[in-house]
Design a protein. Structure first.
Length: 293
């Protein structure tokens, strides 16, 4: 299968998935009970009232309306778009830090087996720390950082949280890829007296590409999640996370408005992962293993 039919097929399946979700949403809203379904005190199905589940077309129409009643108010889609761009920039900075840290850890663990035994369990455990509690701590620590004229900014704390989530899949994917060459190929390079860096450049890095590309996409999505959660926890203004909290508080009077930032966060994650997917075009010559697996 060539690249173009595969791209078209992926788009069609993605569109079909969106349509299926829309049909399920409207179908449940039409047939589901107005008060939802509860078992004891546990609610297992949501309410279907307009306050809890607005119609999809109401959400779409609301995106084109002014965000407030002020004469100079921007439409909701523009406010969400500006906030999404802010969060995307912070998430991108966190993703870059995550790439550097993740690949660095992978190189270290591939080079020395003892480092893998000592570091990998702690890297896995690190992902169990709840971000809601961790983000304010990072902001507090960052506010005390002063190096000469350098002053820590609040957005840097958010970017650090984003990198915290992004580096884990990148570390695991890069390590798996760097360890993927067959022993016979490694021994062939040893026969040619290739040094560590030559083997890394000509054998291990090309072999790691099919493993690294999905890890980078997952890391980008994680960076967006981390940035949004950190914005909520730290109270950073201007990002999509803050809009989620702000508009959620207005949901009782304008339920469709509260879904605007949610749509923005979804699109933000897709844009982040899709942007990283462009690397697969640049590195297409190294994707033979991924296509034949």
């Amino acid at each position: 299968m060539t690249a173009r039919p595969r791209l078209v097929g992926g788009f069609i399946w993605g569109l079909a998935g969106v349509m299926l979700i829309a049909l399920l949403w409207e179908g449940y809203k039409f047939f589901g009970p107005a008060d939802g379904l509860s078992i004891g005190e546990l609610r297992v199905l949501p309410r279907t009232t307009d306050l809890a589940m607005p119609h999809l077309w109401d959400m779409i129409v609301r995106l084109g309306e002014p965000v407030t009643r002020a004469d100079d108010a921007l439409p909701l889609w523009a406010v969400v778009g500006l906030a999404a761009v802010t969060t995307l920039g912070i998430a991108a900075a966190g993703w870059l830090v995550g790439v550097v840290v993740g690949v660095g850890f992978a190189l270290l663990m591939q080079r020395w087996r003892l480092a893998e035994f000592g570091l990998l369990p702690w890297i896995v455990i690190s992902q169990t720390v709840p971000l809601i509690a961790f983000a304010p701590v990072v902001k507090s620590w960052g506010s005390r950082v002063e190096i000469g004229s350098f002053e820590w900014q609040d957005w840097m704390s958010v970017a650090l949280i984003a990198s915290y989530l992004a580096f884990f899949p990148i570390t695991v994917g890069a390590l798996k890829g760097l360890q993927s060459p067959d022993r016979i190929h490694v021994e062939l390079f040893e026969t040619y007296a290739s040094g560590y860096w030559s083997t890394l450049k000509r054998l291990r890095f090309p072999a790691a590409v099919p493993y690294l590309l999905p890890a980078l996409r997952l890391g980008a999505a994680n960076a967006v999640i981390g940035a949004v959660v950190a914005e909520v926890s730290t109270g950073l203004q201007g990002g999509i996370g803050r809009l989620l909290i702000q508009f959620a508080g207005q949901a009782s009077g304008d339920p469709a408005k509260a879904w605007g930032p949610i749509f923005g966060a979804i699109v933000l994650g897709l844009v982040a992962a899709g942007s990283v997917a462009l690397l697969s075009v640049i590195l297409k010559d190294y994707r033979r293993t991924e296509e034949t697996a």
